[in-house]
Design a protein around this ligand. Structure first.
Ligand SMILES: NC(=O)C1=CN([C@@H]2O[C@H](COP(=O)(O)OP(=O)(O)OC[C@H]3O[C@@H](n4cnc5c(N)ncnc54)[C@H](O)[C@@H]3O)[C@@H](O)[C@H]2O)C=CC1
Ligand SMILES: O=C(CO)COP(=O)(O)O
Length: 347
């Protein structure tokens, strides 16, 4: 089938922005990859490589890096935003004055804003005036950039209030290596994608402490229960959490050495200090800020999130990880089924 060729801009030349730009270029689109670093943009164009984030990968000729934001979005109607959650508002504030036509924003980041407790699509709707924002689409799911770039089979979900728009973005990205599903539940898709990073940090800690598969299975299963508890309270469809952006992303992030969240947790479990780890990583570790946000949400909405609360204490109150595990295991007894039924009927 002949694919319609489009012009697409990707904002953020980190690992995920670059990997998605590569998928779009594979599909024959004219891809502009914007970096806030002039040096990085020049290096990508000169070497066809993103040396800092994905040095092994050769980028295609129909992918060009830009460092001038206005140039990068000239005559463009589809923009993929791939910067860490903490940079989203800043980038959108720079973007809006560069736009002279309505655009569709595809956001691919995974986080919640501490303080405001906003999901990313809500932040985008707040920052972009209606005359330049046509629609917001979320792209999420189990997808490490390192494997997407190797064209390993990967499955993701696109979600929007506007199904037609979601299908348009599905067609834009979909190819034989990159399978894209749609799901109308924007809240569930964003909450699953953001909160799985909390559980991945906890899974990394568990591995760092030397625990095995029993703990990993417990964290994934009970982690999903608390994600679903909060998500349904916010209006998500509980079934979304059994899909790619729920359990799917939870599995990949809790078990992959590619995950920055898992690796951060792993080093914490081995006794390293959080600020040293984050400095060494030099990349987005979204789960740290999302733990802060989720802890605030749990309090605000009266939702029981024991793993999140324990991790919050480890990250922000210097509670030793081993002690946090002991505390988790010695909580009052409870019923599994009652909990699951409550999620389904959203009590
Ligand atoms: N790496 C992956 O495999 C995946 C990442 N994600 C999500 O994508 C988002 C981005 O993650 P990565 O690309 O992996 O992070 P990264 O750390 O590899 O790259 C982030 C990029 O954003 C840029 N950036 C940071 N602050 C900026 C600012 N204020 N203005 C402009 N640019 C700025 C950095 O220079 C860098 O190019 C995160 O929310 C992450 O959870 C989602 C799925 C997969
Ligand atoms: O979201 C991801 C995979 O789906 C990437 O996870 P990390 O941010 O932990 O690397």
């Amino acid at each position: 089938m002949q694919m319609e060729q489009k012009k697409v801009t990707v904002l953020g030349a980190g690992s995920w922005g670059t990997a998605l730009a590569l998928v779009l270029a594979d599909n024959g689109h004219e891809v502009r990859l914007w970096s806030h670093s002039k040096e990085q943009a020049e290096s990508i164009n000169a070497t066809k490589k993103n040396e800092k984030y994905l040095p092994e990968i050769t980028l295609q000729d129909n992918l060009t890096a830009y460092s001038d934001l206005a140039d990068s979005v000239r005559n463009i109607t589809t923009i993929v935003v791939a910067v860490p959650t903490k940079a989203i508002r800043e980038v959108l504030r720079k973007l809006v004055p560069c736009l002279y036509q309505p655009v569709t924003i595809v956001h691919v980041s995974k986080g919640i804003e501490p303080g405001t407790l906003k999901r990313i699509s809500e932040m985008i709707e707040e920052e972009m005036p209606e005359n330049v924002l046509e629609e917001v689409v979320v792209l999420s799911g189990p997808s490490h950039a390192e494997e997407v770039c190797l064209r390993h089979p990967t499955t993701v979900v696109v979600s929007s209030k506007n199904l037609e728009k979601a299908e348009e973005i599905q067609d834009l990205f979909m190819n034989q290596h990159f399978r894209v599903y749609t799901n109308p539940d924007v809240i569930g898709v964003e909450i699953g994608g953001a909160l799985k990073n909390i559980i991945a940090l906890a899974a990394g800690i568990s591995d760092g402490l030397g625990y095995g598969d029993n703990v990993k299975a417990a964290l994934i299963t009970r982690g999903l229960a608390e994600i679903a508890r909060l998500g349904t309270k916010l209006g998500a469809n509980p079934l979304t959490f059994s899909g790619l952006t729920g359990i799917g992303d939870l599995i990949v992030t809790c078990t992959s050495v590619h995950s920055r969240n898992w690796r951060t947790g792993n080093m914490l479990g081995k006794g390293k200090k959080l600020n040293e780890i984050l400095e060494e990583m030099g990349q987005a570790v979204e789960g740290v800020r999302t733990t802060e946000a989720a802890q605030q949400m749990a309090t605000e909405y009266g939702v029981n999130m024991p793993i999140t609360s324990s991790l919050y204490k480890v990250l922000f109150e210097n509670v030793p990880p081993k002690y946090a595990v002991e505390k988790l295991m010695s909580r009052d007894k409870t019923h599994e089924m009652e909990d699951l039924v409550n999620i389904l009927i959203n009590e």
